[in-house]
Write a protein that binds this ligand. Structure first.
Ligand code: PGA
Length: 230
């Protein structure tokens, strides 16, 4: 099975940066994995060429109307975007998004044929007080009755942008916990300080279906190395 290798540019880049990034990445990449790049909203119309598919980084819970600053799912779909990240810990924190909001976004995306990537993951405080599994269960609660294939990204908040990565065993335990809530196929990506040097272990030795890469994805050569490490 090909893995899903996702770049999350967050609030970085420009037209010229992204154009150059695509050129450099496509020159390097020879993997048969599915590669997606989550671009900032103004650049969603850019084409990745080659094998690269485009993802949005968020979407509104509203379909249209007087919601200044928000971006609707039909606007995303109009740009031929294949995926949309929802529930990223940075959006949960800075935009005050709740589990209910994230489920509403999920439903709108499915209706509009854009594939959601639902981010979940615990803070350091939650992990240190041994509440990780309960916390993850709560984040999954609204998704329990979904019957179709679903994609989650397990991103421990304390691993994002810090250079810290949980042990293989810790990742596997959470992945198993997530899968135990569902009877259907669940795709699970791991995210949090994925780099060229740790991608091969994560992708080849753990029961995950891909990775979500922030900081290291901004370097096209390094991201191509990650994409080719399995
Ligand atoms: P990071 O970010 O790879 O820079 O840790 C991952 C993410 O936030 O998706």
């Amino acid at each position: 099975m090909p893995k899903l290798i996702a770049a999350n540019f967050k609030m970085n880049g420009s037209f010229s940066f992204i154009e150059e990034w695509f050129n450099a990445f496509n020159k390097e990449d020879a993997s048969s994995n599915e590669v997606i790049v989550a671009l900032p909203a103004p650049y969603l119309g850019m084409s990745g060429n080659g094998n690269v598919k485009i993802s949005a980084q968020n979407v509104s819970t509203k379909e249209s109307g007087a919601y200044t600053s928000q971006i609707s799912v039909s606007m995303i779909a109009d740009n031929n975007v294949s995926y949309c990240i929802i529930g990223h810990s940075e959006a949960r924190e800075y935009l005050n998004e709740s589990n209910e909001d994230i489920k509403a976004k999920y439903d709108l995306l499915i209706e509009n044929k854009v594939k959601p990537i639902v981010c979940i993951g615990e803070s350091l405080e939650t992990r240190e007080s041994n509440e990780t599994f309960d916390f993850i269960t709560k984040q999954l609660e609204h998704f329990k009755n979904i019957e179709d294939e679903i994609t989650f990204a397990y991103e421990p908040i304390w691993a994002i942008g810090t250079g810290l990565v949980p042990s293989d065993d810790d990742i596997e335990q959470v992945v198993k916990h997530i899968r135990s809530h569902f009877s259907q196929t669940v795709k699970i990506l791991y995210g949090g300080s994925v780099k060229g040097e740790n991608a091969s272990n994560l992708l080849n030795n753990l029961d995950i279906d891909g990775v979500l890469v922030g900081g290291a994805s901004l370097n096209p050569q390094e991201f191509a190395k990650i994409a080719q490490s399995c």
